[in-house]
Design a protein around this ligand. Structure first.
Ligand SMILES: Cc1ncc(COP(=O)(O)O)c(C=O)c1O
Length: 452
């Protein structure tokens, strides 16, 4: 068994429940606040944009939340996803470390995102919703929501960050193949989009702006709700299926990780793999847990832990998180899904409690790591996932330098088949390590809402 490369669970071992870390944390995460009153929000505040089942999951104190059977049925199209021992990468690095990766690129949309788009579509359908408005960065989430919408008979409208809309036309085509409508953001369809375009007609867009557009559409139409692909508690909850499966698979491998690594955009694939291990750590486990983010948008490593809006248009409730400021415009990069000013409140809270580490890398060193990985293991990582690959390779090289045979587990959150232009640019030496201006960061942080 220990000589195996892939550790595969049979469908009957597909987890029956998602795991809620909130139930086990020594201190509860600070609640979201109403921006007008400064008081904790209640379900009624969220009802215009989310179905009640999702709102209930957002605030649940239950440790385990049952996965509905129709959702498990769809999950079985690609889950349980494989756990792979990266033996060829180990050899290429000459490291005594053992490297495993959980591969989420096997989903129909190519990433971990359908783990939450499917239940979100299911709950919306159950409550009679007809349309979903959402945003997407690089297109992974938009295509995942489009896929889930097609299975449950929902119309899906996706506001796609302009820079990615231009860079990744085939992601757009994939959304359209699933029957969704894809619009470049900022657009002139919404008040939020128009006000950005008035100030900057050439705006590249950002996730913060696209969220404002989608929330505005959902709030202004009775038949439409909003779906978010990351950040919120219910999204982190749905993603824990990754870690729950990985734990069973590591047991099959007769091994246990010393280090767990995932990239962090809004924090959901990290939460998905890491939260079950943090549960273990709270009971005496010793696994190091590392989130990896882009140096051009370093939310966990350079942001403030403060109440802020989740979107640029300031339409969302205030959530306590690591933030670069809701009006911060991260420089363009190919890891569009990591270009977000904030972080999941749960992940931020875990960081504040000292239960995780964070580090940042520039995009060219991540692409170099992704190419090394592809040449050893065959899979071309998504630019977002390449940050986790770089983190894992650095840990493996540390083990080599220290002569330690540690076990490293990382999440390969998606494949990069729609990102080949980025690879082409990398090979042509055209990729830049964009940095933000400190003055822009300062200005965005100066606009943080005052919370009493
Ligand atoms: C492949 C992939 N990995 C990671 C992310 C980052 O999101 P999160 O931090 O919520 O997992 C994205 C977001 O679009 C993505 O597409």
């Amino acid at each position: 068994m220990t000589e195996s490369t892939k550790y595969l669970l049979s469908e009957d071992r597909l987890p029956k429940a998602w795991y809620n870390l909130n139930a086990d944390l020594p201190v509860p995460a600070p609640p979201p606040l109403h921006p007008g009153t400064g008081q904790p929000i209640g379900p009624a505040d969220l009802a215009p944009i989310f179905p009640m089942a999702v709102i209930a999951q957002e605030v649940t104190a239950e440790r385990w939340v049952d996965i509905p059977e129709p959702v498990r049925e769809v999950y079985r199209l690609w889950r349980p996803s494989p756990l792979v021992r990266a033996r060829r990468l180990e050899k290429a690095l000459g490291t005594p470390a053992k490297i495993y990766f959980k591969y989420e690129g096997v989903s129909p949309a190519g990433s971990h995102k359908p783990n939450t788009s499917v239940p979100q579509a299911f709950y919306n359908k159950q409550e009679g919703v007809k349309r979903i408005a959402t945003e997407t960065g690089a297109g992974q989430w938009g295509s995942s929501m489009a896929f889930a919408g097609s299975l449950f008979g929902l119309e899906v409208e996706v506001f796609m960050v302009k820079v990615s809309y231009d860079q990744k036309p085939y992601r757009r085509a994939l959304m359209e193949t699933y029957g969704a409508k894809c619009i470049a953001s900022p657009s002139n369809l919404t008040h939020a989009g128009r006000s950005i375009l008035e100030k900057d007609p050439n705006s590249n867009g950002s996730l913060g702006i696209a969220i404002s557009e989608a929330v505005e559409v959902a709030a202004s139409r009775d038949d439409t709700k909003y779906a978010l692909g990351s950040v919120l508690n219910h999204v982190c909850l749905h993603q824990t299926i990754i870690g729950e499966e990985a734990m069973m698979q590591m047991e099959m491998a007769d091994d246990h990780p010393d280090v767990v690594i995932a990239c962090t955009g809004g924090g959901s694939n990290f939460a998905g793999l890491a939260f079950p291990y943090i549960r273990e750590n709270l009971k005496g486990g010793k696994t190091r847990v590392i989130g990896v983010e882009p140096a051009s948008c370093p939310t966990l490593t350079k942001g403030l832990y403060a109440y802020d809006f989740g979107d640029t248009g300031k339409l969302t409730p205030l959530v306590k998180m690591h933030t670069l400021g809701a009006t911060f415009m991260p420089p363009g990069s190919h890891a569009g899904g990591l270009r977000y000013h904030g972080m999941a409140p749960m992940v931020s809270h875990v960081k504040e409690l000292g239960l995780m580490e964070a580090r940042s890398y520039h995009q060219t060193e991540c692409f170099a790591a992704a190419v090394q990985f592809a040449r050893a293991e065959g899979i071309v990582p998504a630019p977002e996932s390449s940050h986790a690959v770089k983190g894992a390779i650095d840990e493996a090289l540390r083990c080599k330098a220290e002569g330690k045979a540690e076990t490293i587990l990382f999440n390969l959150s998606g494949h990069g088949h729609f990102d080949m232009q980025a690879y082409t640019d990398f090979f042509a030496g055209k990729l830049k390590d964009n940095t933000y201006a400190e003055a822009d960061l300062k200005a965005a942080l100066a606009e943080l809402p005052k919370v009493g």
